[in-house]
Design a protein around this ligand. Structure first.
Ligand code: HEM
Ligand SMILES: *[C@@H]1O[C@H](CO)[C@@H](O)[C@H](O)[C@H]1NC(C)=O
Ligand SMILES: *[C@@H]1O[C@H](CO)[C@@H](O)[C@H](O)[C@H]1NC(C)=O
Length: 593
């Protein structure tokens, strides 16, 4: 009896034990530190490749002398942030001395963009380097490679064996119970600027899967001109370089979709024909704020064509159009850096768009959008549940797919209203009901993409958390995270990102800035027009065009394209008189006004 059982035990248990001892990949514990690459050698062994990291040793744990020096010189991200959002007097001196501000701006460009792999190393299909990562543009790149498939937990070896039901994550971490206003008092004009700008390059190809995309990997202005030549041609008038327009209520707007058949637009449910416009991006009929930006950029393109034609009566439609498009790309980048990034960063240091600063540096003019960047930029908490247009309050369900509200109120009143309404705070438990399904989708896709845990992205930037109470200062959110994920190293990417405590004088948690900063600087400065052989007056039709680019601003963009003598309020910050008195203002911009 005993013998027989022992044989059974040997036959059954031993192979099982052997299985568990070797069935997971030793790289699941992320043994290689400081950016070293974990290479398995057989089933149970690994080596760390520390090449180029400045570290050495079996786990890249020892720092080289040079790297120690570099670390001493390189400021800690929290210290640097603290410096940049305080000491206003110091920054006003630095800002006024061109030599100082240019040197610092060059440093910022390089510090940020050097953090991005260029060319990209990984896609979601392989957790090691492949040539496909570099050549197959259908893939999003990856900031960090995927968690190996053969690990004991979805996050590697830490955290729970089974992640919480995504619906529970949404219910307990994302769902808005009360609207939390954005503490820096960012306006809806800002929220829509963000949404309009980013959809030109965040284009997940849902047919192929969450690791794939159908865009051009950067600031290619395809959101204004259409996703390809076919759509672009449909949107063009082929006269004087201009885009097609129509006049409604004495203002110029994009044409109705019915008048330019073939422009792909996505509609949901019943949408009236007078709400169906033909726009550069198929989602832009969804939100009147996006339609406003689409209208303003269309008008700006046509305005620029008029300016060009004045100095180039000899040019044909094609050349006016193509040069106009280059100018629009330049203006976009100028406004993104000097108005939008300036606002998001909240630095007292004035960030500037000066491509020439990189012309004497080592810099790669190529860009690839990473899947983590796409997820990180899902800023749906910015959206409120209702919209106040000129005193009339529209619940979100009466607002979506209603582009004709912009026509009804006019671009002037609409812009003014968006400038006076406060956006929502980027934080836990602040997703309105309409975007909770997007959050659900984001969590599910993050798992399909096998994103490394949230804390690995912080480790990679040298500032990991050790406990939940460091991640967030809301004890309830900390307790929920702990209950759902068990271990600080077991928290999934998007859940950690959205739960993070807000950084000093800022809209976001630290990881959004430290991860988003590099991807965004790299994306903006690596566009072709920034390269040494493009960045010159003749590319933009001479000094007239070059100056339009170099002096572009959000204010001018709207002001020059809104009819009437007086401009509306055009602002990424809600002015004090429109802040409800219930809103206490801590550390926000208005305090300093
Ligand atoms: C009420 C306003 C908004 C609604 C209704 C909305 C809705 C959606 C929907 C339905 C998707 C597609 C979800 C999916 O892939 O399954 C999406 C994706 C996305 N949204 Fe929003 N959104 C809004 C505002 C914003 C804002 C303000 C931002 C950021 C500034 C933003 C950033 C994104 C990003 C980055 C994606 C992923 C795009 C992609 O991968 O193709 N959204 N949103
Ligand atoms: C890119 O990869 C996808 C998925 O493997 C494949 O379907 C597609 O054909 C590839 N594209 C190119 C250009 O190789
Ligand atoms: C709507 O906004 C206007 C300012 O544009 C403000 O005077 C009014 O009080 C707001 N109404 C509501 C209900 O919030």
């Amino acid at each position: 009896m005993h013998v027989a059982m022992n044989i059974w035990v040997t036959l059954l248990i031993v192979p099982l034990l052997y299985q568990t001892a070797t069935s997971w990949n030793p790289c699941c514990s992320y043994p290689c530190q400081n950016g070293g690459f974990c290479l398995t050698m057989g089933l149970q062994e690994y080596v760390c490749d520390c090449t180029g990291t400045g570290y050495y040793g079996g786990q890249c744990e020892h720092v080289t002398f040079m790297q120690r020096l570099r670390r001493l010189l390189k400021p800690n991200p929290e210290t640097l942030h603290h410096l940049l959002v305080n000491y206003k007097w110091l920054w006003s001196i630095i800002n006024s001395v061109t030599f100082l501000s240019d040197s610092l701006m060059t440093f910022v460009y390089l510090l940020r963009s050097n953090a991005v792999d260029s060319p990209p190393l990984y896609t979601s299909a392989h957790e090691y380097i492949t040539l496909e990562a570099s050549y197959n543009l259908s893939y999003y790149a990856r900031g960090l490679p995927a968690v190996p498939t053969d690990c004991p937990t979805p996050m590697g070896i830490k955290g729970k064996r089974v992640l919480p039901d995504p619906k529970i994550v949404v219910e307990r971490l994302f769902k808005r119970t009360v609207f939390k206003p954005e503490p820096m008092h960012s306006s809806l004009l800002l929220a829509y600027f963000a949404q309009h700008f980013i959809h030109q390059f965040f284009k997940t190809d849902h047919q192929k899967g969450p690791g794939f995309q159908w865009g051009g990997h950067g600031v290619d202005v395809s959101h204004v001109y259409g996703k390809n030549k076919h759509v672009e041609n449909l949107l063009r008038s082929f006269q004087d370089g201009k885009l097609k327009t129509q006049v409604l209520n004495n203002e110029e707007y994009p044409p109705y979709q019915a008048d330019v058949p073939g422009v792909p637009m996505t509609w949901m449910g019943q949408v009236a024909d007078n709400n169906k416009f033909a726009l550069g991006h198929q989602f832009f009929g969804m939100m009147p704020g996006l339609f406003l930006y689409a209208t303003i950029w269309m008008r700006e393109h046509n305005r620029v064509c008029d300016e060009l034609r004045r100095v180039h009566p000899e040019w044909d439609d094609e050349r006016l159009f193509q040069t106009g498009k280059l100018i629009i790309q330049g203006e976009t980048i100028k406004i993104v850096i000097e108005d939008y990034v300036q606002h998001l960063s909240n630095y007292h240091f004035l960030v500037t768009f000066k491509p020439e600063l990189l012309h004497t540096e080592v810099f790669q003019y190529q860009n690839r959008i990473a899947a983590e960047f796409d997820h990180m930029y899902r800023w749906h908490p910015l959206m409120p549940d209702e919209f106040n247009i000129s005193g009339v309050v529209y619940p979100i369900m009466e607002f979506i797919f209603k582009s004709d509200l912009v026509v009804k109120y006019g671009t002037k009143v609409f812009t003014d209203s968006l400038s006076r309404q406060i956006a929502g705070q980027m934080t836990a438990r602040n997703h309105g009901f309409l975007t909770q399904s997007v959050a659900l989708d984001t969590i599910e896709n993050g798992r399909k993409l096998r994103f490394q845990p949230y804390n690995n992205y912080r480790k990679n930037l040298d500032f990991p958390h050790t406990k939940f109470s460091e991640l967030t200062d809301d004890p309830e959110v900390a307790a929920t995270l702990e209950e759902l994920y068990g271990d600080i190293d077991g928290v999934e990417f998007y859940a950690g990102l959205l739960s993070e405590k807000r950084r000093e004088n800022n809209m976001f948690g630290a990881l959004v800035i430290e991860m988003g900063g590099p991807f965004s600087v790299k994306g903006l400065m690596s566009t072709p027009i920034c390269s040494p052989r493009y960045w010159k007056p003749s590319t933009f039709g001479g000094d007239v065009g070059f100056n339009i680019v170099k002096t572009a601003s959000l204010e001018k963009l709207f002001c020059k394209n809104i009819p009437g003598d007086e401009c509306p309020l055009i602002s990424f910050v809600v002015p004090p008189e429109n802040i409800p008195s219930s809103e206490k203002c801590e550390n926000c911009k208005n305090d300093e006004l």
